[in-house]
Design a protein around this ligand. Structure first.
Ligand SMILES: *Cc1c(COP(=O)(O)O)cnc(C)c1O
Length: 421
């Protein structure tokens, strides 16, 4: 069963200072998990995790991960600015973007970030607007379908990302002519995988490609970036990934393919987002309405603005009604937010204990791609983010939006001068 990392008593106390809804993160869980990842790849000398900033772009959280040895993976101008403000530069930053605007490449070059090119045509584009760096990475898309023994995982052939095989060969040759000295390879073929096979199968594809690229182009390949995609068990019936087994699986392929090819010093990088944080975040909301029509509804003070995944993907997020952990789940509810959109439902036909107005609900696994995907539809304001520290204290790490924030983009004019805040 999924258990919240905070108790009802703790949450009620926190809610007296920071009203619901809010996201809360578990520092202890974040650190322990980051250390386990490092341990899983400790066989590789240069191993580095570049945390995918888009998953949880909060500077306090990023600093915790940096203390655990992580770099940052950015994909936009503001993410690069955040990294810069936290003192990141050079090989601490991976810039994995696509359809990249010129100003983003320029910023990435200013910070001397490792650029992971998404497309062959970006070589000339980058040279024209900035310059070709000494070290560069190219993103590979093998096309077709991505299969494991248990079936199809995803369809890279339909994905907008990356170079084809031929473009990888031509691209490396072209970059070499333009002065690049050190190369990396990246690929991201499936998202939220809850199987220990994903990384090893991806690693095999990339390791074989690395040997081929070295042989065909004569370049030095310094790193292979397995990117994101390691998932978490959103549903209590799913088994969590054993990251130590995943690390071992990659090691086995490394020793089969890279070591015999004389490439036993290639560094392994990851760009995990979800795996680093999803389980260590809760969205905490309160039941503020009940409604009895053709179905039974519970209305929360949170809505899809706080967590978009259920509305966007029909994603499952487990819910705990605080204080009723051991009560029978004998009521069937749709748990909704207040948007004027019928897909604003955190759960549909979910069996839960009887919910009373005022009950606190924990929505699990919101630590990644949770707050970050939020938006302002219906003029709803974004919630605060809190950190449950290792010593049990709670720190505000992002305040809740106020109406003033929402209207701030009209501040070039006096049209809202009569706004009453
Ligand atoms: C989103 C993304 C990640 C992180 O993905 P997760 O599923 O959160 O692990 C890593 N790299 C790139 C390029 C991405 O776009």
């Amino acid at each position: 069963m999924k258990k919240p990392f905070v108790s009802k008593e703790q949450l009620e106390k926190i809610a007296t200072q920071y009203p619901t809804p809010f996201h809360i993160y578990d520092e202890k869980g974040i650190r322990e998990n980051a250390r386990k990842l490092k341990q899983a790849f400790s066989w590789n000398k240069g191993f580095k995790e570049y945390f995918a900033v888009k998953a949880t772009p909060n500077p306090f959280i990023i600093n915790i991960l940096r203390e655990e040895g992580c770099g940052v993976d950015c994909s936009s101008l503001t993410e690069l600015m955040l990294a810069e403000a936290l003192g990141c530069s050079g090989s601490e930053i991976m810039f994995s973007s696509n359809a990249t605007p010129a100003e983003e490449f320029i910023k990435a070059r200013q910070l001397d970030a490792i650029i992971n090119l998404d497309d062959y045509t970006h070589i000339d584009f980058l040279e024209k607007i900035a310059s070709i760096p000494d070290i560069i990475s190219c993103r590979y898309n093998p096309g077709g379908v991505f299969k494991t023994a248990n079936g199809i995982m995803d369809h890279p052939g339909d994905a907008k990302y990356g170079f084809t095989k031929e473009q990888m060969v031509d691209g490396f040759k072209k970059l070499k002519e333009k002065g690049t000295k050190i190369f990396g390879i990246h690929s991201f073929l499936a998202s939220n995988t809850v199987t220990e096979e994903y990384y090893p199968i991806l690693a095999k594809i990339l390791f074989e490609l690395a040997v081929e690229l070295r042989d065909k182009t004569g370049v030095e390949i310094k790193f292979i970036n397995l990117s994101g995609g390691i998932g978490v068990p959103y549903h209590p019936d799913e088994q969590p990934n054993d990251i130590l087994a995943i690390g071992e699986g990659v090691k086995k392929v490394y020793e089969e393919i890279l070591v015999p090819a004389g490439m036993g010093d290639v560094e392994i990088y990851t760009e995990l987002g979800r795996f680093m944080l999803a389980p260590y975040g809760h969205l905490v909301a309160r039941a503020i309405h009940e409604k009895h029509i053709y179905k039974e509804y519970i209305g929360l003070d949170a809505c899809a603005v706080d967590l978009m995944r259920p509305a966007m993907y029909g994603a499952y997020h487990h819910i705990t009604v605080m204080g009723k952990e051991d009560a029978p789940c004998d009521h069937k509810y749709d748990i909704t937010g207040s948007l004027c959109e019928n897909n604003d439902k955190f759960a549909i036909d979910r069996m839960l204990p009887k919910i009373e107005i005022g009950d606190l609900l924990v929505i699990h696994d919101t630590g990644a791609h949770g707050y970050a995907m939020g938006y302002n539809y219906n003029g709803k304001l974004k919630s605060a983010e809190l950190l449950l520290k290792e010593d049990g204290s709670v720190q505000l790490i992002r305040r809740a939006e106020t109406p003033k924030d929402y209207f701030a983009t009209f501040d070039f004019s006096d049209i809202l001068k009569n706004m009453k805040y």
